[in-house]
Design a protein. Structure first.
Length: 385
């Protein structure tokens, strides 16, 4: 069974479902009510037979006129003889009224206004002729007129109080639902905005990478392009944007070495060339701590290019000459061009070597043009000391 708030049900249907707790000894209880959801009149009956309790729906077709007259009546409650009610299938015999007739009126009818159709919902409670319905010790004592008036008033007020409480709770629940729906709508809107922002941010990352590639293209004399898969990978980058430059720089170096020996004017950067974790965090933090390291970008590219070329030369077991290193560059350069480049970037190279003593180990240690650059700098410091 699906659990739900009891006040979300029709009031009288809820009374039927829980009647055994309030009136455990009654013979039966019948609820006739207008269901606004189904837009029709319904009836349900609770019957007790020993320890067995059963709830069933009733067909009102043959009793619709009588039920209509009961619903129009504005009296809060009445006591009836069961033979006066339309729910018994057996044929009724004509009764003679006597002074003892009131004792036979053991069916209490309670009326509660239905706000949907403005008529009364009906609750019929079938009592015993004595106090047995209440589980009292004097179960053989008959219900007097005064007893019935008290019982009817207490039950009507109790049920009416429950109806008002249910109405209040339904109003609170409706407010919660309205507020929740508004929050859900706002969340869906924010989710769409977030997705749109992420999409725009991803495009911004791609555009930034393309700008970096333009710089690398000018530096190395060939054009670097991103294929669709690489662009999609860049869009997924969730790290700090300051790490993107070294990531793209490393992808260019990787792609250059992969295409080594090809004289193409264009190199296509693919998704597997890009490692979104391939940045040196410490170096990037130092470079991005302020804007001054931006001026070293081309110098870093030069040193990275020479370092990678030097490692390639050593891997081929060749001599580490300027000619061999220049030939191993992605775009081959002459030995004099290497000398001119080192001379042009001399001051920045020395500053970078001082800042990052563990980088560019091969050219520092074994590439003569770089070693001469460092030696001359040391000699100049010695002369001025």
């Amino acid at each position: 069974m699906i659990r739900k708030f009891t006040f979300s049900e029709n009031n009288l249907e809820s009374f039927i479902l829980h009647a055994h707790q309030l009136l455990p000894g009654i013979e039966r209880m019948i609820a006739v009510y207008f269901d606004d959801h189904a837009d029709m009149l319904k009836a349900k009956m609770l019957s007790n037979s020993g320890n067995e309790r059963r709830i069933e729906s009733l067909n009102l077709e043959e009793s619709r006129d009588v039920i209509g007259s009961f619903r129009i009546n504005k009296t809060r409650f009445n006591w009836y003889n069961r033979d006066d009610l339309p729910f018994l299938l057996e044929k009724k015999s004509k009764r003679e009224t006597s002074i003892f007739s009131e004792l036979d009126n053991v069916v209490l009818l309670l009326r509660f206004k239905n706000e949907s159709d403005e008529l009364n919902d009906l609750l019929f409670i079938y009592f015993n002729k004595n106090f047995g319905s209440f589980g009292l010790s004097h179960a053989d004592k008959a219900l007097s007129t005064d007893n019935k008036q008290i019982i009817a008033t207490l039950l009507y007020n109790s049920f009416q109080a429950q109806i008002q409480q249910n109405k209040q709770n339904r109003g609170i629940l409706q407010n919660i639902k309205t507020h929740t729906n508004a929050l859900m709508g706002e969340m869906e809107h924010l989710q769409k905005e977030l997705q749109r922002t992420r999409s725009d941010y991803g495009e911004s990352l791609v555009n930034l990478c393309l700008e970096y590639l333009k710089d690398f293209s000018q530096e190395n004399g060939r054009e670097y392009l991103l294929n669709d898969e690489a662009r999609n990978k860049v869009r997924t980058f969730k790290g700090n944007i300051k790490y993107l430059y070294p990531i793209i720089r490393n992808s260019v170096v990787f792609a250059e070495n992969m295409y080594m020996g090809h004289g193409d004017d264009e190199i296509l950067i693919k998704d597997h060339h890009i490692n979104l974790e391939s940045y040196d965090t410490e170096t990037v933090e130092q470079e991005s701590g302020n804007g001054r390291m931006e001026k070293y970008r081309k110098t870093i590219l030069l040193l990275d290019k020479l370092e990678n070329a030097a490692r390639t030369v050593l891997g081929k077991r060749q001599s580490l000459t300027s000619g061999n290193v220049g030939e191993a560059c992605p775009t081959p350069i002459s030995a004099p061009a290497i000398t001119d480049a080192l001379k042009k970037h001399k001051t920045k190279i020395l500053n970078l070597f001082a800042r990052y003593p563990d980088k560019w180990e091969v050219i520092r240690r074994e590439f003569r043009p770089v070693r001469n650059l460092m030696l001359k700098a040391d000699q100049a410091k010695f002369r001025t000391a």
